[in-house]
Each structure stands twice: as C-alpha cells, then as structure tokens.
Design a protein around this ligand. Structure first.
Ligand SMILES: O=P(O)(O)OC[C@H]1O[C@](O)(CO)[C@@H](O)[C@@H]1O
Length: 257
C-alpha cells in the first residue's frame, strides 16, 4: 500500500484530484468507480479546477458509482444520483450515457444488483476505484461483518451509518435504512484503488487498515491489505489517533508530509 499523509482535508482533496487527473489523462477510455460522501466533494471540486485549466478528454470515459439509497428518486437532493450530477457529472461535462449508478427505485432489487454487475463486466471492469471509508470501516455501503465475497447487493445500513448520514436529511426518520452497494468482491476486482480519509472520526478505521496485520470482517476496509495496488490519501487527523501513534507498522508504505 502506498500511503500519503497530508496536513488537512484541502490537501487531501488536492492530492487526490492530482492523482485522478493523471490517471484519466493517461487513459482517455478509463472506467472509473466513484464514491460519494463529504470526503469526495473536495476531490471532485479540485479535479474540476484542474480540468478547467487544462481540459481532460472525457468523452470516452465511463463511470460506475459504488452505491445508491433504496427508495430515493434520482431527483431527490439526497440521492447519490443528485450528488454525482451536482459535484461531478455536470461540472465535468460528462454525459448521462457515460455514467452508471444503481437504481434505488428498482422494483426487483436483486435483479437490479445482477444487472449492475453485468454492466460492469460488459465495460471490462473498473480501472480505478475511488473509495471513502465510514467511521465504522465500511467501504461502499458494505457494513461490518459483510462477507468479503459478496457482489453488488442490498444492504441494511448500520445504525452508526444512519446516524452519520442524518446530517444531510431534515430528520433521522428521513434517512433511508437500505441501499444497493457494490460488493466487497466487486470493489476488490478494480485494477487500482484509491482511498481517501479525513478527520479524527476516521482514525479508528485507518488504524485498523494501516497499523494491524489483521483482515477483519468487523472492519471491512481491512480487506484492502490484500489488494495489489492501493493508494491511501489520508490527513493527519485521520492518521494520528492515540492508538495510531502507539503501533507503527509502516512496512510497504511511503509517507509524505
Ligand atoms: O465521506 P463520508 O461522508 O464520511 O462518507 C464515507 C463513505 O460512506 C459512503 O457514504 C457510503 O458509500 C461513501 O460514499 C463514503 O465514501
């Protein structure tokens, strides 16, 4: 794993945008796996600025998102369809036919999950998967104890995830309790993974990833230790918890301040 530690959220976002800009420039037919959440807003904002300065050729890229809430229409301003249009697709000038997200309104969710998996395969798989991490260690919406072998599937969101996401909704009752998420196996098939984390709320998850040798279903993010090409861009607050300072295990990693 290549670990890049930066000062704060803004530095994480800039570094992340630079990496993505480089990867997209070197492969105009790239298939990107994309994430949502507060972590990625800065990354997408900086990527847009780089694109405005020196435009990328984006007409042949394809994107697949990690997840979508079940029961939210694409027009709902809390849906991940809405988020992606607002922060990425529209500002970058990416057309609808290049982008895929799970349909949270599908009548048959199991069928929708199969359809989504098939689409990914038909596009030759994901070249670069962007990930955030939940404070409970989830990747996509794969909550603690999810099988490492699952493919795109229906998820019951953990109570801590519902609480964490409540900040975007009028009330906690409005937060969806279910989602469709790419499975851990689906994520792990990406050729390259780049994970972003910022803030002390993510420190426990980052500790489990960087400072223990275990691959632990209680911390889904720990599966990334088995992927051959992972870059982690993390800020000091997410990297430097009290626990993190005690057990340094930085083999195979490179740290830049
Ligand atoms: O970036 P946030 O808002 O902390 O969310 C963490 C992660 O959880 C998710 O919302 C669930 O997929 C991701 O989109 C995000 O990367």
């Amino acid at each position: 794993m290549n670990t890049i530690v930066v000062k704060n959220y803004d530095e994480m976002a800039k570094k992340g945008a630079e990496i993505l800009y480089q990867d997209i420039s070197s492969n105009p037919k790239i298939t990107l796996g994309l994430a949502t959440g507060g972590t990625q807003i800065g990354v997408y904002t900086h990527l847009r600025k780089l694109h405005e300065n020196t435009p990328l050729d984006l007409k042949d890229i394809t994107t697949f998102n990690l997840d979508e809430y079940i029961g939210l229409a694409p027009e709902s301003d809390n849906s991940y369809h809405f988020y992606m249009n607002k922060y990425f697709f529209q500002p970058m000038g990416i057309s609808k036919k290049q982008t895929y997200l799970p349909n949270g309104l599908a009548e048959d969710i199991a069928e929708e999950c199969k359809r989504y998996e098939k689409l990914i395969v038909e596009h030759g798989g994901i070249d670069i998967q962007v990930l955030g991490v939940g404070s409970n260690g989830h990747i996509g919406f794969n909550e603690p104890k999810t099988s490492f072998h699952c493919r795109t599937h229906e998820v019951n969101l953990a109570e801590s995830t519902i609480q964490a996401n409540a900040r975007y909704f009028d009330s906690i009752e409005d937060v969806p309790k279910k989602a469709i998420s790419m499975g851990i196996e689906t994520i792990m098939e990406a050729k390259k993974i780049i994970l972003f984390a910022s803030g002390s709320k993510k420190a426990k998850a980052i500790y489990q990833l960087l400072r223990t040798d275990e691959i632990d279903a209680d911390w889904p993010v720990t599966i990334l230790k088995t992927h051959p090409n992972v870059t982690i861009v993390v800020d000091e607050a997410a990297y430097n918890s009290d626990d993190n300072n005690q057990h340094l295990n930085l083999e195979n990693s490179r740290t830049i301040f």
